[in-house]
Design a protein around this ligand. Structure first.
Ligand code: 13P
Ligand code: SF4
Length: 329
């Protein structure tokens, strides 16, 4: 059941209350770059999917308050089963996860018995359990390059990330037809108009964007890779084609630079806010730490199966942290 504010929290200093509970519970607050700025600011660590998985596996806190979406909190529980993992809003899903029901994915695998399944972390625990190796956007390139060229591969659920990797490495992975509704909403026409207004501004794009956006990018990479690019590019203006809440970290780190969110079809970048990530609020984070609900629970047999493909990722991605770099096709 989703935690909803059950009482009037008006007038409460949520920041202070969360600080108190964090200590009392021996909790760590992990947040993704797509969370609201106030949540990023109170988190112990803000990162991309791979970095957050590593933090969840390594922390000695007793409670992980995961401010992100459900597949990320599930991953934390798979890697740290002895810890209490709470997600402020259990309805914080992901369109990629929704696109890939486990029974259909199983049938797809069974129809291609000579293929291995290389699967994007944006999927359910059941789909992870049916996969051979998990990848994130920051580890996909490193991991794919370790797989022999003649090995047949199914890649799911993001057809844009899979297509990007196919083009970059001349592979012919079979692609599951899922998309991220947020990255799918960027408009090439509006992006071109923006670039015309800022001819010297490079474009940084997440590989979940469709090819007509990625093809215009000067840098393609994970959220942490894009943040790193913002820090290293000499340009004082950057066009950012991913969920716009990441711009908060750029503005904190680089207050002298100008960051512009790439537009959607209506020319307004608000349509690129992830509606799932936006479900988490300070109120719900406070309640989750206070009540230790809603908790992530995973049946042990399923967890152990899903852990195999995640462990494989951790092993094959070793050395990737900090690079966050898919580069450009
Ligand atoms: P990153 O691993 O690049 O942070 O991506 C997570 C995600 O859901 C992007 O939409
Ligand atoms: Fe899923 Fe897209 Fe939201 Fe990331 S931005 S959590 S891929 S819907």
């Amino acid at each position: 059941m989703t935690a909803q504010p059950r009482e009037n929290l008006t007038g409460m200093d949520l920041r202070e209350e969360i600080e108190k509970l964090r200590k009392e519970r021996n909790a760590v607050i992990l947040a993704h770059y797509y969370q609201k700025p106030e949540i990023q600011d109170i988190a112990d660590f803000v990162g991309d999917s791979l970095e957050l998985s590593k933090k969840a596996a390594a922390t000695d806190a007793e409670v992980i308050a995961f401010c992100g979406v459900k597949f990320m909190a599930d991953t934390a529980k798979i890697l740290s089963p002895e810890k209490i993992v709470v997600l402020p809003d259990l309805d914080a899903g992901c369109s990629l996860e929704d696109s890939c029901p486990p029974d259909k994915f199983r049938a797809f695998r069974e129809a291609h018995p000579d293929h291995i399944a290389l699967t994007y972390i944006n999927c359910s625990t059941e789909v992870k359990a049916l996969s051979d190796v998990i990848v994130t956007s920051s580890s996909a390139e490193t991991i794919l390059q370790q797989i022999p060229e003649d090995q047949k591969i199914i890649f799911g659920p993001d057809r844009h990330l899979g297509g990007y990797l196919n083009r970059k490495f001349a592979r012919d992975m079979l692609l599951w037809p899922g998309v991220c509704i947020v990255h799918e909403a960027f408009s090439e026409t509006e992006l071109m108009k923006l670039q015309h207004q800022h001819p010297d501004a490079p474009i940084a794009a997440h590989p979940e964007c469709p090819p007509q956006i990625v093809d215009h990018a000067d840098y393609v990479g994970s959220t942490s890779g894009i943040l790193q690019f913002a820090k290293t590019t000499e340009s004082d203006t950057l066009i950012v084609a991913t969920e716009p809440h990441i711009i908060h970290q750029m503005e904190v780190a680089l207050p002298e630079k100008n960051f512009i969110g790439a537009p959607g079809a209506d020319g307004n970048c608000n349509c690129n806010i992830c509606p799932y990530m936006a479900l988490n609020t300070m109120e719900k984070l406070y309640i989750a730490l206070r009540d230790l609900e809603p908790r992530i629970e995973i049946e042990e047999g399923l967890r152990l199966k899903a852990k195999q493909s995640l462990d494989k990722m951790m092993e094959m991605a070793a050395g990737t942290i900090g690079k966050g770099d898919l580069g450009r096709v």
